[in-house]
Each structure stands twice: as C-alpha cells, then as structure tokens.
Design a protein around this ligand. Structure first.
Ligand SMILES: Nc1ncnc2c1ncn2[C@@H]1O[C@H](COP(=O)(O)OP(=O)(O)OP(=O)(O)O)[C@@H](O)[C@H]1O
Length: 302
C-alpha cells in the first residue's frame, strides 16, 4: 500500500527547478529522503503538505490530493520543520497543549496528550521552562513533540538531527526509529548526511537537484560484500604481512584491514594468524556497501 505517491511532480521557482519530474512512492515504515543541501527535500515536503502548489505533476498523501485536499492531509500528518520556529517565551508544555487544542482536542485530553508526547521525546522537568532557555537538542525534541501531538498517521521530519552533537544525534535517531516501530507511524525523514539514515530506515530515496537518483529498500543499499573487515588493538602491519604471506588479498584502510573472502579458509586464516601473533582481535565483520558509496557511484554516472 502506498502512503504517499507522486507522479511527475515538479516545482519551478523563478531561477531554479527545485523538484524535477519526481515519480516516487513511500510505503509504511521509516523512509529516508536523502540529498545534498538544496536538493529539493524541503520543497517536496511543503508540496506534500499542500502548502506549496506544484508547477506540474500530481501527488497523493494518504489517498488525498495535495492540490485540492491539503487540509485533510494536514489533519492526519505531523510536520517537524527544519528551521527554528519556536516561540521563546512560552514553555514546551504550553506550546504543545496549545497546538493540541488547535488540532481539535478538548482541554483535558490536550493536556494529557501533550504530557505523553513530551515524555516520549524525553523532555522531563524542563518542559515547564521557557523554550528560549533550551539547548538545540531540547528544541528539536519540542518540534518533534508538536508533530506527534495530534496522533498523526504519517510524519515528515525535515533534518531532525541538524545542529545536534553526536550524542544528541544518536538519541534523536533512536527516537525516530521507535516512532516508526513502536508507535506504528509512517515516517519520512530527510537528511543530507547519508550514513546516519542507514541505521533507522527501511527504505531510502535519494534525490539530487530535484531529480530521483534511486529509491530502494535499505538492504539493497547495504548488500553484503565479499570482504571482511578486521581490527586488532595493535600489530596491524604484522597481521597484514602474515595474511598476505598466507595467500590472502589484504588492503589497509586506516586502522583496519580489509580481507577478500576467498572461501571458508579466509576466516580460519584470520583466526590462526591473530592467535599465532598473540594479537587482540577487536572486530571481524563482513564488509557492507555504505549508502555513501552507492550515492557517490550513482552521482558519478549522472
Ligand atoms: N521559496 C523559494 N523561492 C525561490 N527558490 C526557492 C524557494 N524555496 C526553495 N528554493 C530553492 O529551491 C532549491 C531546493 O531547496 P530546498 O529547500 O527544497 O532544498 P533542501 O534539499 O531542503 O535543502 P536544505 O536542507 O538546504 O533546505 C534551492 O535551490 C533553493 O534555493
């Protein structure tokens, strides 16, 4: 079942075509929309919300037409915008309760629902403090909470990890994955950082200059390769020499060795070599294609 489907969707601004004949579908689960800055991700989301009219083409979100049924779509969809847009003088609780009331919830239900979502996104006592005093990570959580408060079927998250430090980024990604799996809400999340979506998405759509480069399940992006990545605490050069001498094809990548799998004997050779050299094996893992590799290769072919 398609949650969202576009057909030749195009948006032209006076000097740039932001979205260019995009035909794509999104199903349930967590989908990543990936592209460099300016690729057209935010423009695409604004069209999906019925806030920006397409120049050409059509699209349906949850079965509703984006041109004529924007209000129906916004009733069922949550939106976390990219840019800072929160009023500094009110608390997270006040803002989220207010937005719950605006979406039609009675006063008591709005309070309860706001408390629930703020707890889910990890805002505790600070939710009573003015938003102007929050860190970037806390503000991102408030933006996420307001996107969830009316119990949407689908949410659009525009660069939710922007401005976060590595730990905040990690926590936000875990939260997004939970929203997709535990709450059963379909998620479309954008990022210009290709690698970070690998962890949380079921499906990835890659766009470049408004055009579709690729739309695939995550497994197809990160298929197993016929290599093993080996990491030891020290003695990497010794190990490389020993494995090469043993007839294995070995290359060094930073602090790791990449060993071509010639057959089951490759695993034995690595085990025996590390044991005989008395090295401490930290990692032995099957190599995988990373989204970055796929993206780089496909952009190179455009
Ligand atoms: N209202 C507008 N008027 C004119 N040009 C616009 C407008 N909105 C976006 N653009 C242009 O359209 C292109 C796509 O912008 P968009 O914001 O959709 O990209 P993006 O992939 O979301 O990137 P970013 O993460 O940097 O926002 C850019 O060249 C941008 O300058």
């Amino acid at each position: 079942m398609h949650i969202l489907a576009t057909e030749g969707l195009t948006k032209r601004f006076p000097t740039v075509t932001a979205v260019d004949h995009l035909t794509v579908t999104v199903g349930p689960g967590v989908t990543g929309l990936v592209g460099a800055n300016g690729a057209g991700k935010s423009t695409m989301i604004k069209m999906m919300l019925g806030l920006l009219a397409p120049s050409e083409g059509t699209a349906r979100v949850l079965g509703f037409d984006i041109v004529t049924q924007g209000a129906e779509i916004r009733r069922l969809v949550g939106y976390m915008p990219e840019h800072e847009c929160l009023p500094p003088d009110v608390s997270a609780t006040e803002l989220v309760v207010h937005l719950a009331r605006m979406s039609g919830l009675p006063r008591t239900a709005a309070r309860e629902r706001a408390a629930d979502v703020l707890r889910h996104v990890g805002l505790a006592e600070e939710r009573y403090r003015a938003i102007g005093t929050y860190s970037t990570g806390m503000k991102q959580r408030v933006k996420l909470a307001q996107a969830l408060v009316h119990d949407p079927k689908l949410i659009f998250l525009d660069e939710p990890t922007n401005g976060l430090d590595p730990r905040g980024r990690d926590e936000m990604l875990t939260l997004i994955r939970r929203i997709g799996t535990e709450f059963g809400i379909t998620v479309l999340v954008t990022s210009h950082l290709l690698g970070e979506l690998e962890r949380i998405c079921d499906h990835v759509i890659v766009i470049d200059a408004g055009r579709l480069l690729r739309s695939s399940d995550i497994g197809e992006f990160t298929q197993a390769t016929q290599t093993l990545t080996v990491e030891v605490d020290e003695g990497l050069d010794e190990l490389a020499a020993r494995l090469s001498g043993d007839g294995q094809t070995v290359s060094r990548q930073g602090r790791q060795l990449v060993v071509k799998v010639a057959g089951p004997g490759t695993y034995d050779a690595i085990r025996d070599a590390t044991a005989e050299l008395g090295l401490c094996l930290i990692r032995l893992e099957q190599g995988r294609h990373r989204i970055e590799d796929v993206f780089r290769d496909e952009v190179a072919h455009v």
